[in-house]
Design a protein around this ligand. Structure first.
Ligand SMILES: O=C(O)CCC(=O)C(=O)O
Ligand SMILES: [Fe+2]
Length: 467
């Protein structure tokens, strides 16, 4: 069945109705706003070099205007120790200090000999395939390091950029917890990891952090993609004349890849990032986004006070621009919304519109964002059931969707969609390709459904606000 389009709206015969044009403008603004919200951020921390003690700490976000944090910090040299294969190996031979000195190349060779080939998750299994990923890994139980992303402020920066504040009462996720996942080495001439999406480890996981320790290598750019945009992290160089620890963090649903390392060793620590009810440094002094200053807020407010916009009220639908886990009761939504999705939620919520998250089901092959909308689920989250446990393929998913929408779905003739679903390509691949095998968590499309009150009702709210 067809999705009602903006132009299908019946004009209110009682008065002037500019809804159609106004919604077209709002849709364009939302599309443009996408660029204002970062999906990845990165930075560096210098270490003391030969010439002067390090004193610089930078961070860049991927939003249209690059930002650099000005906090001045530098790191001490980073020590890495690991368990030897043979217990007679002296500790001094199982240790590296970054920036790497050329004289430690024997220890580096010993480390790579200890590490195992890195697998990736595919169809619920850990697979080793060098055409897809060529890298070495070491489990955190087998090494230790004095590198701490909290100490250098990296986690605070990530929380500021990737964890937008929410107006959801009693459910604020304001801090980020980083859990060390692996030590990896991508070595020349062919270390790489083809495009994939990391496997979420829990419903609270918001993303991944990759920290590149200072060592010499060529190539190995990390490319992170979301909504047709790509951010490239090139960690080959030092910062000015100083060696640096360089890092990038990105949302879980962003596709990313490590380009081929031509020579040298690209040594990284990877972390899983989880949203937390905060009690870190940021919890009491968040300087998160002030939604009232967003162009989107001003635009929507102008619509709400406009008598010719949806004079009798109505419902709008916005497909979330990020993917979210939906197979658990504890999906932590809407508190865990990201980027533009959180902005849309907050903007309409602040303007007294009822907002709710709803699952969207669709059949394979239909372009539901362009007029083949199938079914809007009744509630969110979608509870796990027997089908989900066996869901490893697109066919299985379609079966689940059909079952679910038959039982619980509802067509929604009165809904006007503000955007198209941008995440069809990611809905099913989450359980197929990842950095770790897992079938527990899958992503599905979800939408923010906004109830616009009739003008007569909403004008009193607006009046109250300006009094
Ligand atoms: O090393 C990197 O830059 C990214 C590694 C990665 O994608 C992973 O371990 O899942
Ligand atoms: Fe990854």
């Amino acid at each position: 069945m067809d999705t009602p389009s903006v132009s299908d709206i019946t004009p209110d015969q009682q008065g002037k109705d500019n809804t159609s044009e106004l919604l077209d403008e709002l849709g364009v603004l939302m599309e443009r706003s996408q660029g204002e919200f970062a999906f990845a951020c990165g930075g560096f921390v210098t270490l003391p070099g030969q010439e002067e003690p390090g004193s610089q700490h930078g961070s860049g976000s991927t939003s249209s205007s690059e930002t650099m944090a000005s906090e001045k910090t530098s790191s001490r040299p980073i020590t890495l120790r690991w368990d030897p294969d043979d217990s007679s190996t002296p500790a001094s031979q199982c240790k590296l200090v970054f920036p790497l000195e050329p004289c430690t190349s024997e220890n580096l060779a010993r480390l790579t000999a200890t590490m195992s080939p890195a697998t990736f998750g595919f169809n619920g299994e850990d697979v080793y395939d060098e055409t897809y990923r060529r890298a070495l890994k070491l489990d955190p139980s087998q090494f230790s390091t004095d590198f701490c992303p909290y100490e250098l402020g990296i986690i605070d920066i990530i929380a500021q950029i990737l964890l937008p504040t929410t107006r959801v009462p009693d459910n604020n996720l304001t801090a980020v917890r980083a859990e060390l996942y692996n030590l990896n080495i991508y070595a020349g001439p062919s270390g790489h990891f083809r495009a994939h999406v990391d496997t979420p480890r829990s419903n609270l996981q918001i993303g991944s952090l990759v920290v590149c320790l200072p060592a010499t290598f060529e190539g190995g750019n990390l490319e992170v993609r979301h909504h047709g945009k790509t951010v490239v992290y090139d960690w080959t160089g030092s910062k000015g004349s100083q060696p640096a620890i360089q890092w990038a963090a990105f949302y879980s649903d962003c596709e990313h890849e490590v380009q081929k390392v031509q020579s040298g060793h690209r040594v990284t620590l990877t972390y899983n990032l989880y949203a937390m009810r905060g009690n870190g440094r940021l919890a009491e002094c968040r300087t998160g986004i002030d939604y009232a200053n967003l162009p989107l807020y001003k635009h929507v407010r102008a619509l709400i006070v406009d008598e010719s916009f949806m004079p009798s009220g109505g419902r709008l639908g916005f497909f979330t621009t990020h993917s979210y886990p939906h197979t658990s009761k504890s999906s932590f939504l809407p508190a865990a919304l990201k980027g533009l999705d959180m902005a849309v939620w907050n903007v309409f919520f602040s303007l007294h519109c009822k907002v709710e998250l709803r699952p969207v089901a669709h059949m394979d092959g239909r372009d539901f964002g362009q007029g083949y909308f199938d079914s809007l689920g009744d509630f969110f989250p979608f509870e796990p059931n027997a089908y989900i446990n066996y869901m490893e393929s697109l066919e299985d998913f379609n079966c689940v969707v059909e079952c679910w929408s038959g039982q619980r779905g509802g067509y929604s003739d009165d809904l006007v969609w503000l955007n198209k679903s941008g995440h069809k390509e990611y809905q099913f691949s989450m359980s197929a390709y990842g950095n770790h095998s897992c079938t527990d968590t899958v992503y599905s499309s979800c939408a923010i459904i906004i109830k616009i009150p009739p003008y007569d009702e909403r004008k009193s709210y607006v009046k109250d606000e300006s009094d």
